[in-house]
Design a protein around this ligand. Structure first.
Ligand code: MOS
Length: 757
């Protein structure tokens, strides 16, 4: 008898040797990444490939009057310069095209005409035989401009904010006011109000944007592109260049960080495809770190919060208004204030949301878009309110705990935020906190303890998947989602292996290729739930086929058993009630004579099950800061982040997600800001020397708690997603800790030391 599993694995009580879901499994793509075998988009080397270097505008608004191409084209090895002057008619076939995650308006069209709409706009690409030559050519390229007046300062556009229309997937206008928010505020026992602000932050994942386009002899192309959605990019290419789907394959197997920067097709893919099609050559276009500041930012946002409490410390009224920038050509939107209507119980609420047009590039989703911003203002205001009402900040939140989602007027499918508060506080030692600011110290270090939290959507998208089980017992599952560093490869492998009771090593998960079944962009924290459900479903289909084949075997013990009567474990199909009655999966395959079993699946949210509920994940963050009393330097010495996000598929990769969130929260609170010179309309610190992010020395203790949360409504796996929720409240908790340490209430991020002196 052949055995799929020869050495029985160590088995925990209540599990099997092939129980993988929830385990801290190492990344299955780890070895490929650390040995360099994993190839990123700009690492694909194609024979005869040309290199493109982008030239960005030096003015903010106006038009190009002349491009002095001749001296550059005269350089031996420079092949072409593409600009609006010679951009071929083949581009922009479909004028109405919008990508899957585009907001309202019309998307930016590189090299479309002589107009300059924002600083660092890509205006030309120099194509040469080597990267160095392309870069040299770009440095020589002179461009004459005619400048126009522009406005880049949101502070001067406060009166021109407007409420955007619908447009972007997932964006919801704030709910209508409820109760009597004005009267209730007026009659409140205690009141606070304040304006909260954070500046622009730019996407800076480790891997910079780049596209390698392989031009095939038959005129088809393969684009290796850094993107969070290969299908989204394929649609972009086919619509813009008038290609059919089989003429444009898009691949992205590994990604050095996404965070939302790759949700929309970037201009490198446009430029590389354009050049490849025109020159009938393979072309690679990459961006430098400085050019990463030419697109994709979290918008500069101004928020106003008013709050009042009743004598018993319950919230009497809450008003939250946000205004942020967008470009002149697109109405970028994110849910900033909506969360404030659902995180706490309050019957008198008014939420407002506006955007204002500036001469900047369209902002872009950045990890927990809107909620990272909104939770900063709300949660600092909650801290102010707690002090005003004479309550402990944690106690104040628990008093105002929302048992129902008051925005949607629905119960939560599950909500373990209270447990996040209690477990987080216990781990942190919150009960040892003395309330008075400046009351805790160690030598000349003022110690501050602060807390905050947040709420994020548990959403789900439609996904297709395919599975193939071959006679040797190897399973391949595929869906064209992405792994932006989050662990998709690993968790999907775990789900597939457990569903069919196979060892992890027998399973391969494939993603990031438009030759695979369709999946949406990887974002919104929906991948684990959406793709996971598809993987589970397609593997269950294989299981059904296996069961039927097993029931054709001579002397099998599974007579009359239905798929629900059996389980797949340790390489066997066995009866749930009598697990000793089993057949070995590989024997089933061999006896059947089939070379392979195949199945495909389409899945999406179960609307009937979900509709009565509000589906959300939550977190609570506790922070310690130490502030040097003489110098005003702040160290974030301890963070406990307690997260309730349904079932955790892999405690190791999920923990890494939350660790990353905390690091970014520290960065958001203390360091990151792209500073605009409004006289020039240009970001001045567009480099890593002056755009500050934390280094190892800035990061101390981070403790992650996953609160147990069962949910049979969100999806069959009970998964809510972990990518964004961990960032919520981190910046607010740090800001609140800084207040507790110093008595200084900061309402503007980042908290540079001058704000504490
Ligand atoms: Mo996330 S901002 O949806 O990649």
């Amino acid at each position: 008898m052949s055995q799929l599993i020869t050495t029985p694995p160590t088995v925990e009580a209540g599990t099997t040797g092939t129980s993988y879901i929830g385990k801290p499994t190492n990344r299955v793509d780890g070895p490929a990444k650390v040995t360099g075998a994993a190839k990123y988009s700009a690492e694909f080397k194609v024979p005869g490939m040309l290199y493109g270097y982008v030239v960005n505008s030096t003015i903010t608004k106006g038009r190009i009057t002349k491009i002095h191409s001749e001296p550059v084209l005269a350089l031996p090895g420079v092949v072409q310069i593409f600009s609006h002057e010679n951009v071929p008619s083949l581009a922009w076939f479909d004028r109405n095209y919008k990508d899957d995650v585009a907001p309202g308006g019309s998307p930016f069209r590189p090299l479309h005409d002589d107009k300059i709409m924002f600083n660092m706009q890509p205006v030309a690409v120099v194509i040469a035989e080597t990267f160095e030559l392309a870069r040299y050519g770009a440095s020589l390229l002179q461009i004459d401009y005619e400048e126009e007046k522009f406005e880049t300062n949101i502070e001067l556009r406060r009166d021109e904010g407007f409420e955007p229309g619908r447009g972007k997937t997932g964006w919801m206008p704030p709910p209508s006011p409820r109760g009597n928010p004005n009267d209730a505020l007026k009659n409140a026992t205690h009141r606070i109000e304040g304006e909260y602000m954070h500046g622009t932050q730019h996407h800076n994942p480790m891997e910079m944007f780049g596209t390698t386009v392989e031009y095939h002899p038959d005129g088809k192309i393969t684009a290796y592109d850094k993107t969070q959605g290969v299908y989204n990019v394929q649609q972009y290419i086919t619509k813009i260049f008038g290609l059919s789907k089989d003429e444009a394959r898009v691949i992205n197997l590994y990604m050095g960080g996404g965070f939302g920067s790759g949700l929309r097709p970037q201009y490198t893919v446009f430029l590389a495809v354009l050049a490849a099609l025109e020159l009938k050559r393979s072309v690679r276009v990459t961006l430098t770190r400085q050019q990463m500041f030419s697109f994709g930012h979290r918008p500069h946002t101004l928020q106003y919060v008013k709050m009042g409490t009743n004598p018993d410390g319950t919230l009497a009224a809450l008003q939250h208004h946000a205004l942020h920038e967008t470009s002149k050509f697109e109405d970028y939107t994110e849910n900033v204030v909506n969360w404030s209507g659902m995180l706490y119980q309050c019957d008198n609420v008014k939420l407002g949301y506006q955007i204002a047009k500036l001469d900047v590039f369209t902002p872009q989703d950045m990890r927990a878009p809107g909620a990272a911003t909104g939770s900063f203002a709300l949660e600092v205001a909650m801290d102010e309110m707690a002090y005003e009402a004479g309550l402990d900040p944690l106690d104040f939140r628990i008093r105002n705990y929302a048992e129902r989602d008051q925005n949607l007027k629905r119960p939560f499918s599950s909500k373990k935020l209270r447990e996040c508060y209690h477990q987080g506080a216990a781990r942190f030692g919150w009960d040892k906190r003395t309330a008075e600011p400046r009351s805790m110290r160690e030598g000349n270090m003022l110690i501050g303890w602060g807390m905050a939290g947040g709420v994020w959507d548990a959403s789900m998208q439609k996904v297709s998947a395919k599975a193939t089980l071959t006679a040797d017992g190897k399973l391949t599952v595929a869906s064209a989602t992405g792994d932006i560093g989050t662990g998709t490869y690993t968790i999907m492998t775990q789900i597939a292996a457990e569903t069919l009771g196979l060892p992890l090593e027998a399973v391969t998960f494939k993603l990031g290729d438009t030759d695979l079944p369709e999946s949406p962009v990887e974002g919104g924290s929906w991948t684990a739930a959406s793709v996971g459900t598809a993987v589970q479903k397609v593997c269950t289909s294989i299981g059904e086929k296996l069961l039927k084949l097993a029931q054709k075997m001579e002397g099998h013990p599974l007579k009359g058993a239905d798929i629900d009567d059996v389980e797949f474990a340790n390489g066997q199909i066995r009866l749930r009630e009598k697990p000793e009655e089993s057949v070995v999966i590989r024997d089933v395959l061999q006896a059947s004579g089939e070379e392979k079993l195949e199945a495909t699946s389409n899945s999406g949210p179960d609307m009937i099950k979900q509709l009565p509920y509000s589906l959300h994940s939550h977190n609570a963050v506790f922070v310690e800061v130490k502030v040097d009393e003489d110098l005003g330097t702040v160290h974030v010495t301890r963070v406990v982040n307690a997260v309730a996000a349904g079932r955790i598929l892999n405690t190791k990769t999920a923990r890494s997600q939350v660790l990353g969130s905390v690091v970014w929260g520290i960065s958001m609170a203390m360091m990151e800001e792209t500073v605009m010179d409004h006289n020039l309309g240009r970001y001045m610190n567009h480099n890593y020397a002056e755009y500050h992010i934390p280094v190892n020395a800035d990061i101390h203790d981070i403790d992650v708690i996953f609160v147990e949360e069962e949910d049979d409504k969100v999806n069959p796996l009970g998964v809510k997603g972990i990518g964004e929720v961990g960032l919520l409240g981190v910046a607010a908790a740090i800001t609140n800790a800084v207040y507790h340490a110093t008595g200084k209430r900061v309402r503007e991020l980042p908290i540079y030391m001058d704000k504490l002196l």
